[in-house]
Design a protein around this ligand. Structure first.
Ligand code: KMH
Ligand code: ZN
Length: 270
């Protein structure tokens, strides 16, 4: 089975002071995504920033970024509805009205570094229902064991249909730590038909991505998840992180999925 590779170019937290090559403006994000597509990524996980570099759910900025990407390549668009810690849930949820092929669904509220990530259950259910109406495929983000239980409830309630797609997110301060044991505990409890990837934030990114690949998971690469190639060495753009993940897959004798293959595997709108 081939590996679906997602590029996560930007994220909600880091700034250009942390890594000067972090893309934040629509054209910069589009350029980084197109480079990743040319290397082999099939999915672009998108966060947007305003002119000052702050996370935003501004629909005009989101639309401009998506259309720059769509004009340049056929990569699949996954919009983050996590957006950023300071952004209201209602604004975050509105992004799915742009009808990207996919969007993230964060099932539970939690501490997130020094801040609070608010995902109240009523809002989460409303967003899941709206995504279903619009045909936007949810990727459920699990930062801890209880988050998986909430997702299993959403599936039972019929709010998530089709093959469920998950990210196991490890290493966020406030969620489960980035350890092999936590990865195994969560991966073991996924539904048998789940499509999944590991998002390992920070230092354990490389090792846990490798573990995920060895376990049959998909992979995500980019500056959202780690700003460094190795200790003390900043990644100069997203390209080196994407290339490294492809090299890992290659070393494990795994093929990278094309966009067409990914559409079929994830059951996306054409
Ligand atoms: N930033 C990651 C910790 C989302 O954007 O909705 C998780 C993430 C989720 O990418
Ligand atoms: Zn994200």
């Amino acid at each position: 089975m081939s590996v679906i590779l997602t590029v996560a170019t930007t994220g909600p937290i880091a700034t250009t002071s942390d890594n000067p090559s972090l893309p934040t403006q629509p054209q910069e994000i589009a350029d980084a995504v197109v480079e990743a597509y040319e290397l082999g990524a099939a999915v672009a996980h998108l966060h947007f920033r305003d002119e000052d570099g702050a996370p935003t759910a501004d629909l005009a900025i989101a639309e401009r970024t998506i259309s720059l990407i769509r004009d340049a390549c056929p990569i699949l668009i996954q919009v983050s509805t996590g957006v950023g810690l300071g952004v209201e849930f209602a604004d975050r949820a509105r992004l799915v009205e742009l009808q990207p092929q996919m969007a993230t669904l964060n099932p539970c509220s939690m501490s997130f570094g020094g801040g609070e990530f608010r995902n109240p259950p009523t809002d989460v259910r409303r967003l899941a229902a709206r995504m279903q109406e619009l045909g936007v495929k949810p990727e459920m983000e699990i930062y801890d064991t209880g988050h998986l239980d909430m997702c299993l409830r959403l599936i039972d309630e019929g709010l998530i249909t089709g093959q469920p797609q998950f990210s196991i997110v490890l290493g966020v301060s406030g969620g489960a730590a980035a350890t092999p044991e936590n990865l195994l505990t969560l991966a073991r409890r996924l539904p048998a038909d789940a499509i999944w990837q590991i998002i390992a934030v920070g230092r354990a990114n490389l090792r846990l991505t490798a573990m995920g690949l060895a376990m049959g998971a998909n992979a995500r690469a980019g500056l959202e998840d780690t700003l460094y190639l190795r200790r003390g060495e900043l990644a100069v753009g997203n390209g080196p992180l994407v290339r490294r993940t492809i090299a890992l897959a290659d070393a494990l004798d795994l093929q990278i999925a094309s966009v067409d293959e990914t559409v079929g595997r994830l059951g996306l709108r054409a």
